[in-house]
Design a protein around this ligand. Structure first.
Ligand SMILES: C[S@@+](CC[C@H](N)C(=O)[O-])C[C@H]1O[C@@H](n2cnc3c(N)ncnc32)[C@H](O)[C@@H]1O
Length: 263
């Protein structure tokens, strides 16, 4: 571009940073912004082709927070459709605004619980990836029933993934991880990963970036749904497994305040 180009300034790359780490994608000119927020999820099972206006593999992020991982995936993998949900309207507003400003057409965000999305809106064998980064450990004894990762939830993830589909799970809470390691391999060929994901050496998500900056361990794993389990067997195994009643260690709660702060 010649130095005398009158549009040069307005075409400067607009990169945002969060805790010093670039947020994926670039803010486009307003004329290119899209609308990625859903007022609510469609009633009943989602028709993915109708929702995105095309047929493509679907990637879900449950408890997506500000959408950092999913927006990066949508920027770098334009050939996939993405849906992120979170129960907090505020974080969905942040995620939606950033996705809109990046002019993305292959991503949607909605306020919803992860369990509710899978149980009520996702047809069996209809999505190719399900991601769940740093699900809330819920420290108070009275909130234990809100923990997302349960045998019943894993059964739903197993049911919703298409053959060969993958589940990604990550936490910085050692108690939650011990529980996940016990139950997840029943339904998935689960591989643990000690290093950061290759696409995000400083962290895939806001929470991972914060945990790494604090020097906390981050536990990661992923795997394909076991195909040797019939739906009946999966149901029977789920009934035998323990519920997530681990001690989440309240000392780790300090990171939550940082997570809520502005970067
Ligand atoms: C520790 S934050 C992690 C956010 C993001 N995944 C990250 O790694 O930065 C946990 C998120 O899960 C959301 N959440 C809690 N319970 C949920 C549920 N049942 N379904 C969906 N989201 C949930 C919270 O609102 C919060 O945004």
């Amino acid at each position: 571009m010649p130095a005398s180009d009158p549009d040069r300034g307005s075409r400067k790359r607009r990169i945002e940073r969060e805790f010093g780490v670039p947020f994926p994608g670039e803010i486009r000119d307003e004329a290119e912004w899209t609308r990625t927020g859903l007022k609510s999820l469609p009633a009943g099972r989602i028709d993915w082709t109708a929702l995105f206006g095309r047929n493509a593999p679907v990637v879900l992020d449950l408890g997506c927070g500000n959408g950092r991982f999913l927006i990066g995936s949508a920027v770098w993998r334009p050939d996939r459709n993405h849906l992120g949900v979170d129960i907090l309207p505020l974080v969905i507003r942040y995620a939606t605004r950033r996705a809109n400003q990046r002019g993305l057409n292959n991503i949607r965000f909605a306020v919803s619980g992860g369990h509710e999305l899978l149980a009520g809106h996702v047809a069996p064998a209809s999505v190719s990836e399900i991601h769940c980064y740093h699900p809330q450990p819920y420290y108070e004894a009275s909130e234990i029933s809100k923990r997302l990762i349960t045998p019943e939830f894993l059964l739903l993830v197993h049911r919703c993934l298409e053959p060969g589909g993958e589940f990604f799970l990550q936490t910085d809470n050692p108690g939650y991880w011990r529980y996940m390691r016990e139950v997840v391999p029943v339904f998935f060929e689960f591989e643990e990963r000690s290093r950061t994901w290759p696409d995000a050496p400083k962290g895939r998500t806001r929470r991972e970036i914060l945990a790494l900056r604090r020097g906390l361990p981050v536990f990661r794993g992923h795997g394909r749904a076991r195909r040797d389990l019939t739906p009946e067997q999966a149901l029977a195994r789920a009934a035998e497994l323990p519920l997530p009643v681990f001690n989440a260690d309240r000392a780790l709660q300090a990171l939550d305040d940082l997570e809520r702060s502005d970067s």
